[in-house]
Design a protein around this ligand. Structure first.
Ligand SMILES: Cc1ncc(COP(=O)(O)O)c(C=O)c1O
Length: 459
């Protein structure tokens, strides 16, 4: 490994230096990749020198998603302690299905789940696990809800018209997952949201009543803590009361902003979460760990076993089932995705994680204040969101975002809500300061002055 570790050090040193000078690389068109980097694979291997050079080129030409100029998605930054944990997990290469092959790493995953469960006030029966992303933890939730709704489904398949409910602003994984679990995408009811992008509880209740009249079986409600575009929080308390009334599984998709449970100041945004059946969190979003680090907490862990347990005598040969995480997982072999959050949490403590969460909201508040104070901007976001949505000088957001990227200035995306399209600045990079947020706007304004001023079309 010496050669590889030295090479790793050399390439990452160069990358980190270069990122400071070039935080955004202009995009490479897919058709030009092979002319810029020799990615070809052939019968003969490459000599060490050649291999090192090609690998370096590949790393240095890859989009830079961990820099201060990346505002494009719901992840960002590079937390050193979390990165250390992930690197060590790769070197160890455990499979997180049995205690036999992962030992204390099982306890690492379990202790994080336990902490989250305590914050959720889920009680003594709570459990949880990790999956390979927020779409997959949402999948696990809807699957458990399906199996709870009808005990026979696991063996006999879906035979009734089960209906699921989610807001129009929720993540697209909900409809995909409805097809994966065999109820079909048409069985998802998209509930109207209000002007803030929050699900309207009375509209949810009306949709459930309507389905009951039609003879359908409402079984699953997905509420979102941080919708993908607007970063809105559905009113969980009211939604939970409706779910209890009709005995429907309530899942909270907290992939984007579920980490607010760590903050005294912001946990009110998920008020009522203790009444839900499951709750998902992507630590690779708000907590800034490397991708992926996705948890699902379940109020009654029996539902995990009921839906995901399977006998496999070749695999589960030792130890209590509670420590054989494969018994409650989607996959068989699993990456050790918990260690990176543990190294971070161990280093900074709960208080440090709380600071991360609070700082992101401060950055967003700074962004909104900037937009409000400058008349050339129009703001679309409200309070309590990490998504600062705006337009500048009425320039089409699609054009401005593409041009900023093509010129290697900023990576930022656009989104739409109720007929408006806008730039969506995501303040999720904890490593950024309020000055970096100001810098974002200054870069944007200077760029527009240079490239858009006369014709309102990018040069
Ligand atoms: C609200 C919400 N849920 C789920 C997901 C999916 O998470 P992942 O990308 O980890 O699959 C996202 C992704 O952005 C999201 O915003």
């Amino acid at each position: 490994m010496k050669f590889e570790l030295d090479l790793f050090r050399k390439i990452t040193d160069e990358l980190l230096k270069d990122e400071k000078v070039h935080p955004v690389l202009p995009p490479i068109s897919p058709k030009d990749i092979s002319s810029k980097i020799d990615i070809s694979l052939s019968d003969e291997g490459s000599a060490d020198d050649e291999f090192s050079k090609i690998l370096r080129d590949l790393i240095l030409l890859t989009p830079r998603t961990a820099t201060k100029s990346f505002f494009n998605q719901l992840f960002g930054g590079r937390n050193a302690r979390a990165t250390l944990g992930d690197l060590l997990a790769v070197v160890l290469n455990n499979a997180m299905h049995t205690y036999k092959v992962s030992g204390p790493m099982v306890a690492i995953e379990k202790i994080i789940v336990k902490q989250f469960n305590q914050l959720l006030a889920y009680g003594d029966k709570a459990g949880g696990t990790m999956a390979s992303g927020g779409s997959m933890t949402n999948f696990m939730a809807i699957l458990m809800a399906r199996d709870r709704a009808q005990e026979t489904i696991r063996q006999m398949g879906v035979r009734s018209a089960l209906t699921a409910y989610t807001s129009k602003e929720s993540h697209y994984s909900v409809s995909k997952n409805a097809s994966f679990i065999g109820i079909g995408r048409d069985q998802v009811r998209y509930i109207e949201s209000d002007a803030l992008g929050e699900m309207i509880p009375s509209a949810l209740q009306a949709a459930i009543e309507n389905d009951l009249e039609l003879g359908n079986i409402p079984f699953f409600v997905n509420a979102t803590a941080g919708t993908t575009v607007m970063g809105a929080f559905d009113p969980i308390d009211e939604i939970a009361n409706i779910c209890q009334l009709y005995n429907i599984w309530l899942h909270i998709d907290g992939a984007y902003c579920g980490s607010v449970i760590l903050s005294n100041k912001y946990k009110h945004l998920v008020k009522g979460a203790e009444k839900s059946d499951s709750f998902s969190i992507n630590a690779h979003k708000m907590l800034g760990t490397p991708l992926t680090c996705s948890f699902i907490m379940v109020k009654d862990k029996e539902y995990l076993s009921k839906s995901f347990d399977n006998n496999a005598s070749y695999l589960f040969q030792m130890d209590e089932d509670d420590y054989n995480l494969g018994k409650v997982s989607l996959q068989c072999g699993r990456r050790n995705d918990g260690l990176k959050l543990w190294t971070l949490w161990k280093s900074v403590g709960h208080k440090g994680l709380e600071k991360i969460v609070d700082h992101q909201f401060d950055l967003a508040a700074e962004g909104r204040a900037y937009v409000r104070n400058h008349p050339d901007y129009k703001l679309y976001s409200n309070e309590n969101t990490l998504s600062v949505c705006f337009n500048y000088k009425d320039i089409a957001p699609e054009e401005i975002c593409a041009a900023l990227y093509e010129h290697g200035k900023l990576m930022v995306g656009h989104g739409s809500f109720k007929g408006d399209t806008f730039v969506r600045l995501v303040t999720i990079n904890y490593g950024n300061s309020t000055e970096d947020i100001h810098q974002f706007f200054e870069t944007l304004e200077a760029f527009v002055a240079e490239h858009f001023a006369i014709s309102m079309n990018p040069a």
